[in-house]
Design a protein around this ligand. Structure first.
Ligand SMILES: [Zn+2]
Length: 366
């Protein structure tokens, strides 16, 4: 008989207090605070619990530089139980990424870069010979449990002289594989209007709060009509903070215009984890608390919204019978200086801090 673990007196984001009982990796009971019974009791008074955080945009292939990192450094150590690698690898190296994932505690999913070389170079779509349709299809068939979509980075420094052409090819590959696309946006060419015109329902646009000249808002801070049309069509908006892609001014404009908050992701890798401006998932989430989103909205953007897009609802809920996949955190009333990708600073009077995760039935402190 295995030990039962009780997470005692823990709060849901709606402030309801509960005990959670875990046995053999599964959540076996949710009961009133103080009523959970087990051999290992962890008192978590004052702490929140949510389903395990999901980061939809990370770089988890440590061999690649600059866009690489160790899986558990950007996963469980950040309070994130599921990471989705955003196209670090193409068909050439996806097997190695998946293999690394199996040796890690963090759950790993991936977008497959349509360029077979992935981020071995950072201009991976500047030569169209690097897009090998057969290899893409083979990789998708080989890793149906891990590959959740295709990735195309469509901005000047990546596509070189190819403009919008890589996105046309990406949309065709998306049809051929029945997988959605994650499209990274940034500097022109191609112009953002050209990119928006091609995105379809279910595609993820990452970096939508970037403050570069080719961004999604006009000079007065109003969302472009093409952007609003794409939202109407059902594209999914993903933050993908990164080194260069999150602007407080743009995020404030998005909030003013009630642009929905779908998923908050970090675009984390060694450089922006150690030196900022990303630092951690908790730091990025604290920025959205600062912007005026409620704790429920912020946590939904790393739990059930992401799980819904992934079509894995079990990853975004706390339910008896499910595998125990949880994040435990606090909201501290301690001031923090937050910095965006433009170097702009804001001081917030509260911050999110991670305490630990439960992954595969094991409690791990952050
Ligand atoms: Zn990225």
């Amino acid at each position: 008989m295995t030990e039962r673990m009780v997470l005692q007196n823990v709060k849901l984001v709606n402030k309801e207090k509960i005990d959670i009982v875990i046995n053999d990796g599964r959540l076996i009971e949710i009961t009133a605070p103080g009523h959970g019974i087990g051999e290992q009791v962890i008192n978590l008074s004052g702490h929140y619990v949510s389903s395990g955080w999901i980061d939809l945009h990370v770089h988890a292939f440590p061999e690649f530089d600059p866009y690489g990192d160790e899986i558990d450094e950007i996963g469980i150590k950040q309070g994130v139980t599921t990471i989705v690698d955003a196209g670090s690898c193409g068909a050439d190296r996806i097997a190695d990424l998946v293999g690394n994932g199996k040796e890690s505690k963090t759950n790993l999913l991936a977008f497959l870069n349509i360029s077979k070389i992935g981020l071995q170079r950072v201009d991976e779509l500047s030569n169209l010979d690097w897009i090998d349709r057969e290899k893409v299809i083979q990789a998708v068939q080989q890793y149906p449990d891990e590959i959740v979509g295709l990735k195309a980075r469509v901005s000047r420094s990546v596509v070189g002289g190819n403009g919008i052409e890589p996105l046309h090819i990406a949309e065709q590959l998306s049809k051929d594989t029945s997988l959605p696309l994650m499209v990274h946006i940034g500097s022109a060419p191609p112009k953002i209007e050209e990119v928006l015109a091609l995105l379809k329902e279910g595609d993820v646009m990452t970096h939508y709060l970037n403050g570069k000249t080719n961004n999604l808002f006009d000079e007065k801070g109003a969302p472009l009509p093409e952007f609003l049309e794409a939202i109407q069509r059902g594209i999914h908006l993903d933050v993908g903070h990164g080194t260069a892609s999150f602007s407080f001014q743009i995020a404030e404009a998005a909030k003013r215009y009630d642009i929905g908050l779908d998923t908050i992701s970090t675009d984390i890798y060694r450089g922006n984890r150690v030196n900022g401006p990303v630092f951690s998932m908790a730091n990025v989430l604290s920025k959205f608390l600062y912007l005026g989103y409620s704790l429920e909205e912020v946590i939904a953007a790393v739990t059930n919204h992401a799980a819904r897009w992934l079509k894995k609802p079990e990853l975004g809920r706390i339910q008896v019978g499910d595998s125990a996949n949880l994040t435990i955190f606090t909201v501290q009333n301690k001031p923090i200086e937050l910095v965006d990708s433009e170097g702009e600073k804001r001081t917030s009077d509260k911050r999110i801090e991670t305490k630990g995760v439960v992954v595969n039935g094991e409690f791990i402190e952050c």
